[in-house]
Design a protein around this ligand. Structure first.
Ligand code: NCD
Ligand code: ZN
Ligand code: ZN
Length: 346
């Protein structure tokens, strides 16, 4: 339902989020579970969740960190390494709680050092995933230091992902947090087994927001914000009505001092206002009527899970984002810190 000041949609889910661990968990889970029904929980912990036991133990810690009465459901993901076995995939799948495995090319992003060094190393694992129906989630960037950082996603599609989807046509693949027109085109041209998540920050911002008139470290995330034409292509994809694109915030908190540093960490925090940020982007594009499918239908449909059956309501009401939020024993500076937002849930 839409009218001038209210927007009611089926309860959304977040198909890509980092909740971290330890003392940070109660803060990240509180924000993530505010209205998201489920979330795909990224496994790039230190050390990463590489086996069924560690992923399931992490799930228990997340469940324990939920606010009283919360029904928030964490959907777990195995972190693929060169040593992952097909047996581990089958064991993980049998739990019913581990729904995907994540390919981090080694060194591509935050906590990816244990990732896969050569994708051919995991072909037997991908075959097992295809067989049991476990999704492959991909951080799609090459790590070759000779490739320009702004080209790493495009080169990954051409040199790596094209091979994977050709060799494993029945494997369901989600290209995570896409940032380029090239990725939009790749996903559109691929079979129905290939989809993509899009973050709110890649819909709202381009590299000028990060680099023009001063460097703004809280916009620094991977894959890095690209030029405006890519932002426009992402907006067009998200609002197109195509079932291949869905909500994944990639909300990735780092403590303030780890971002505001000579060598700052990659990752932007958006879970404090996830659907509100997407609503601003969709409204700006004149496509608020497309938000529900993107946020609440396309994800569960692709994962073969039921859609949520209840609703949330966004209200057109201005509020100011705090300068920071607590994050364990430190703080995190969220996207739009100190700025006004125009949609509110509640
Ligand atoms: N997106 C990021 O810039 N950072 C993520 C990792 C990731 O999703 O690549 C993180 O864990 O901090
Ligand atoms: Zn990533
Ligand atoms: Zn991520």
């Amino acid at each position: 339902m839409t009218n001038k000041s209210l927007l009611t949609i089926t309860r959304p889910d977040d198909w890509h989020i980092h909740l971290r661990d330890g003392v940070q968990l109660k803060d990240t889970v509180r924000d993530a579970s505010r209205y998201m029904g489920r979330a795909i929980i990224m496994p790039n912990l230190v050390p990463p969740a590489t086996c069924t036991e560690t992923a399931m133990a992490y799930r228990e810690r997340i469940l324990a960190a939920r606010p009283e009465g919360s029904q928030f459901e964490p959907l777990m993901v195995l972190y693929l390494t060169n040593n992952t076995t097909p047996e581990e995939i089958k064991k993980a799948k049998a739990t019913g709680h581990i729904v995907a495995a994540k390919l981090y090319p080694a060194g591509a992003t935050t906590n990816s050092d244990s990732g896969v060094t050569d994708i051919e190393n995991i072909y037997p694992v991908l075959a097992a995933m295809q067989e049991v129906g476990m999704l492959l989630l991909v951080h799609g960037e090459v790590t070759d230091s000779s490739i320009d950082i702004f080209d790493r996603e495009k080169v990954f599609l051409e040199t790596k992902l094209a091979k994977i989807v050709a060799k494993f046509p029945d494997l369901k693949v989600v290209l995570e947090h896409i940032t380029t027109q090239d990725a939009v085109e790749f996903v559109k041209a691929a079979s129905d087994n290939v989809a993509a998540t899009i973050t709110a920050h890649h819909l709202l911002y381009n590299r000028n927001h990060m680099l023009a008139g001063g460097i703004r470290p809280h916009f620094y995330c991977l894959p890095i914000l690209k030029r405006n034409i890519h932002q426009q292509a992402l907006i067009a994809a998200a609002t197109s009505g195509s079932k291949k694109f869905f909500l994944g915030t990639d909300s990735a908190p780092h403590a303030k001092d780890k971002k505001e540093a000579a060598c700052g960490c990659a990752g932007s925090y958006t879970a404090h206002a996830a659907i509100e940020l997407y609503a601003e982007a969709f409204e700006e594009a004149g496509a608020l009527d497309k938000l529900e499918a993107f946020a609440s239908f396309n994800g569960p449909d692709f994962y073969n899970l039921p859609r949520n059956t209840d609703t949330i309501t966004l209200t057109k009401a201005e509020w100011q984002v705090p300068d920071s939020y607590p994050l364990g024993d430190g703080t995190v500076v969220p996207i739009k810190a100190g700025d006004k937002m125009t949609w509110q849930v509640g």
